[in-house]
Write a protein that binds this ligand. Structure first.
Ligand SMILES: [Zn+2]
Length: 273
């Protein structure tokens, strides 16, 4: 049982589901899976907010209809609409943390016209450098998104980070790498202690729990080391939130009955061990 640190801001943390797709279990793991059963992949963005002092950070932007059509995903609601459902007006968002530049994490960046975007140096280097000459590595990226972030950098709207950085008391980013070169996880202080939003540092619970690797990966060694890093940053395995697992919606409670199936509170205790 972990306890929050005295005097440190405690944030409310929401996972907001905006899209989904059907998958096969065998496609989720390097080496496949003996149980070649159906699976689902959910797509989330995350809201981190506190009342006193009032702070609001959005983690990742999600994508809109264009990527859903191009890549065969089912868009349940535009990220901007999803945020309004949980009381966030996108125009009012000033801070967006981009875990990495894959299309499903940054595709709707232009829904936040007044935001500054937090990104790791390594991720911009990766997305604009030599590795993008390989189809296998560039596939999850979209040139328009990457160029969009470059344009924002020229407008002083990107804050670059190198490794571990505190963005506010009780909120920090940590470069994990592995899945992409500059992926960053987000560590948040909550009423149940330190929660870590892994994003694609672990797509599903099974990845970090069983040391398995999702096939979209830059560096398998860094990915596996990343699981240990997540464990160090979080108060317990129950404080690690994977980036695409439908179980997240089952294990955590919704903020209200009306939001069942749309959002869950990650600062609440999960139902599973
Ligand atoms: Zn990714």
């Amino acid at each position: 049982m972990s306890i929050p640190a005295a005097g440190l801001t405690m944030y409310e943390v929401l996972a907001v589901k905006y899209a989904t797709r059907a998958a096969r279990r065998a496609d989720l793991f390097i080496g496949g899976d003996p149980h070649d059963a159906d699976a689902a992949m959910d797509y989330y963005l995350w809201v981190v907010r506190s009342r006193d002092p009032a702070r609001l950070f959005i983690v990742d932007t999600g994508f809109n209809e264009d990527m859903a059509a191009k890549r065969g995903r089912t868009l349940l609601r535009r990220p901007a609409e999803a945020l309004r459902l949980v009381g966030v007006e996108p125009d009012s968002v000033e801070q967006v943390i981009v875990t990495h530049l894959h299309n499903d994490h940054v595709g709707a960046f232009d829904s936040f016209p007044n935001a500054t975007f937090h990104l790791q140096d390594d991720e911009m280097d990766f997305a604009t450098g030599r590795y993008m000459c390989h189809e296998r590595l560039r596939k999850p990226y979209e040139p328009d998104h990457v160029v969009g972030l470059v344009r924002l950098a020229y407008q002083n709207r990107v804050v670059f980070h190198d490794g571990d950085e505190e963005l506010a008391p009780g909120l920090s980013v940590h470069r994990i790498g592995g899945h992409s070169m500059g992926l960053q996880a987000v560590r948040v202080h909550t009423r149940r202690g330190w929660v870590v939003l892994a994003s694609d540092a672990s797509h599903y619970y099974e990845h970090f729990e069983k040391d398995r690797a999702f096939p979209v990966v830059f560096h398998v060694g860094d990915l596996l080391q990343g699981y240990r890093r997540l464990a160090t940053l979080a108060d317990s395995p129950r404080h690690i939130v994977p980036g695409h697992d439908p179980l997240v919606m089952d294990r955590y409670p919704p903020p209200s009955d009306a939001l069942r199936g749309v959002a869950v509170r990650l600062d609440a205790e999960p139902s599973q061990p």
